[in-house]
Design a protein around this ligand. Structure first.
Ligand SMILES: Cc1cc2nc3c(=O)[nH]c(=O)nc-3n(C[C@H](O)[C@H](O)[C@H](O)COP(=O)(O)OP(=O)(O)OC[C@H]3O[C@@H](n4cnc5c(N)ncnc54)[C@H](O)[C@@H]3O)c2cc1C
Length: 283
């Protein structure tokens, strides 16, 4: 991606108006770390959105609201009761990249290796989008990640925040990112949110990314968990169902079969972590 000009608006409405006027000749710029991966040769004007007061993490009722330009390193450092986002944030690339890369940049244009869409799908997060004239719309993760979200922002809309539910008692979250080394792109990323009731699984949201073309929930794994005891044998059995709805891809020198095995082991591990988290909170 080639930039020909920078605009530094001081308000959200000014940024939205500039983007609307520029059309395909403009783009919101947050951390700028994805420019390297974007193939367009036509030069565009970058509308810097990092000075609009959108970098924060606050607890508001049942949600943590994360401003769209909050760097991944802030998410990694944040700690609060019912917060679990730091777990995956610390496994994204290097500290230098996490210092500039933002949550919005990770989920407005989803690359195949993006980790945060997988977390936000499992957590049932809501994305807040500024659509102009002081109006915002809130989109649930299932709808937001049903297709490449970049299309939602073509008309100049701007993601302003991500609302992540505060984990309640009896709920637990677990994630696994399998990568060749600490800074490498993910081979497979999986996340699980479990709600336990007296040792049994009451609700489950399970998602995967990287080893499939686009992040996805795994309903057949979820169905295989609900009503069952939260034990290792059940987790392994449920993980083996994942192949019924996604085709694990051969990549980075791994065969399809290797990817499937890696995904199933990672899913079972993520479920163990989620159950341990939930049990730790209920005792
Ligand atoms: C070497 C390297 C390794 C990486 N490894 C990983 C990894 O393993 N896992 C992972 O998840 N990520 C990884 N990343 C980060 C990821 O690939 C993206 O580069 C990053 O998430 C983009 O964030 P950004 O803030 O820099 O966004 P930008 O580059 O500024 O923007 C990215 C896109 O989103 C749009 N955009 C940004 N913010 C908004 C907004 N608020 N509203 C509307 N549109 C917006 C921009 O217009 C652009 O199209 C890696 C990056 C690098 C450079």
């Amino acid at each position: 991606m080639k930039l020909c000009e920078f605009i530094r608006p001081t308000s959200l409405s000014e940024a939205r108006e500039a983007l609307r006027e520029l059309g395909p000749k403009g783009m919101p710029l947050a951390g700028g770390t994805a420019l390297h991966f974007m193939q367009t040769k036509t030069p565009v004007t970058a509308v810097d959105i990092t000075r609009l007061g959108l970098s924060y993490i606050r607890q508001e009722g049942d949600f943590f609201t994360i401003g769209a330009t909050t760097p991944l390193s802030d998410i990694q450092r944040h700690r609060a009761h019912g917060w679990a986002m730091h777990e995956i944030a610390r496994n994204i690339s290097t500290h230098q990249i996490r210092n500039v890369s933002t949550i919005g940049g990770n989920i407005c244009r989803v690359f195949p290796w993006a980790d945060l869409p997988v977390v936000l799908l499992a957590m049932n997060a809501h994305m807040v989008i500024y659509t102009g004239d002081g109006k915002e719309e809130e989109v649930a993760a299932d709808d937001y990640f049903a297709a490449q979200p970049a299309k939602r922002f073509n008309g100049g809309n701007i993601l302003t925040a991500v609302k992540v539910p505060v984990l309640k008692a009896h709920q637990g979250f677990g994630s696994v990112k399998a990568a060749r080394n600490a800074a490498a792109f993910s081979l497979v990323t999986v996340c699980a949110l479990l709600e336990l009731d007296d040792g049994r699984i009451k609700t489950a949201r399970v998602s995967a990314g990287s080893a499939i073309p686009f992040p996805h929930r795994l309903p057949s794994v979820e169905t295989a968990l609900i009503g069952r005891e939260a034990v290792s044998a059940v987790f392994r059995e449920a993980a083996a169902k994942s192949g019924t709805e996604v085709k694990w891809c051969a990549r980075e020198g791994m065969s399809e079969d290797y990817t499937r095995q890696l995904a199933e082991v990672s899913l079972a591990d993520a479920l163990e972590k989620a159950a341990a988290y939930a049990n730790g909170r209920t005792k």
